[in-house]
Design a protein around this ligand. Structure first.
Ligand SMILES: *[C@@H]1O[C@H](CO)[C@@H](O)[C@H](O)[C@H]1NC(C)=O
Ligand SMILES: *[C@@H]1O[C@H](CO)[C@@H](O)[C@H](O)[C@H]1NC(C)=O
Length: 252
């Protein structure tokens, strides 16, 4: 019995670790964050509105959320895009797409972190946005104006929606966001980071995609989940390996 424990226990521990590691990986895939409007679990939503419709096969957003995502000062966050005069429509469409990605994507698991905020329990941090998505967002917003570089903090909310605080003056976007990288990182306190990879590479998250070819971000999430969960063991290996280890345990 003592011998069995001495030789069997290490194997058992390795087996538990392997099974646990693959469990961690599946926890990062096909999940919704615990935030203000997200569904508990992803699922189909046939009627997702306009720019959010690419996610209709599998979404973390409800139809209501997808409709609200297209409105100014919507019920979602009462956010006022037009805080320095009217935001250009070509700029606004990127913020709507950003809202759709944030609310609807079930592929952001590898970048979800716990937070202690009154309005959400989890957030995304450093999601690698494909460089073209970030560059086009910045380029289309160059003619619009803003008064701040971090849009999460420091607004005057006294009228129920965000207004520029007294000391902040409006300037063209470029004044606060000199580069595409600055826009993507700073606007939502590091929710995104510009990726060095391009759309279609399978190594960066696409804010825009054609659902006719499926959701390209599924593959991206799987890649980063495996890279992040430490063991470096490809998923296909963990089950056969755990079987072998169990057999070894039984034999010893
Ligand atoms: C979404 O739901 C909220 C809360 O129930 C409601 O106030 C809002 O009008 C709804 N929006 C749409 C577009 O149905
Ligand atoms: C906040 O906005 C209100 C209403 O527009 C204004 O009266 C007040 O002076 C503003 N406060 C600051 C600190 O900007």
């Amino acid at each position: 019995m003592a011998r069995l424990l001495r030789t069997g226990l290490p194997f058992l521990l390795v087996w538990v670790a392997v099974v646990w590691a693959s469990h961690v990986r599946t926890n990062l895939l096909n999940v919704c964050m615990d935030a203000k409007h997200h569904k508990e679990k992803p699922g189909p939503e046939d009627k997702l509105h306009e720019q959010c419709s690419p996610w209709k096969d599998n979404a973390c957003c409800s139809v209501n959320t997808s409709q609200e995502a297209h409105k100014d000062i919507s019920y979602l966050y009462k956010f006022n895009w037009d805080h320095c005069g009217k935001m250009a429509p070509e700029c606004k469409k990127h913020f709507i797409q950003d809202t759709c990605l944030y609310e609807c994507s079930p592929n952001l698991g590898p970048w979800i972190h716990k937070v202690d905020q009154s309005w959400r329990q989890e957030r995304i941090l450093n999601v690698p946005l494909c460089k073209e998505d970030c560059q086009n967002w910045w380029k289309d917003c160059r003619t619009s104006y803003t008064c701040k570089s971090n849009w999460h903090k420091g607004w005057n909310w006294s009228s129920g929606y965000n207004q520029c605080p007294k000391e902040a003056t409006c300037h063209p976007f470029e004044f606060f966001f000199p580069t595409p990288a600055a826009l993507c990182s700073n606007v939502w306190s590091d929710s995104y980071i510009i990726s060095k990879y391009s759309r279609g590479s399978g190594r960066c998250i696409q804010m825009w995609f054609d659902p006719a070819y499926g959701n390209p971000n599924e593959k991206v999430a799987r890649f980063y989940a495996e890279a992040m969960s430490g063991t470096g063991l490809p998923r296909a290996w963990s089950f056969p390996l755990s079987l072998v280890l169990v057999l070894l345990c039984l034999l010893c």
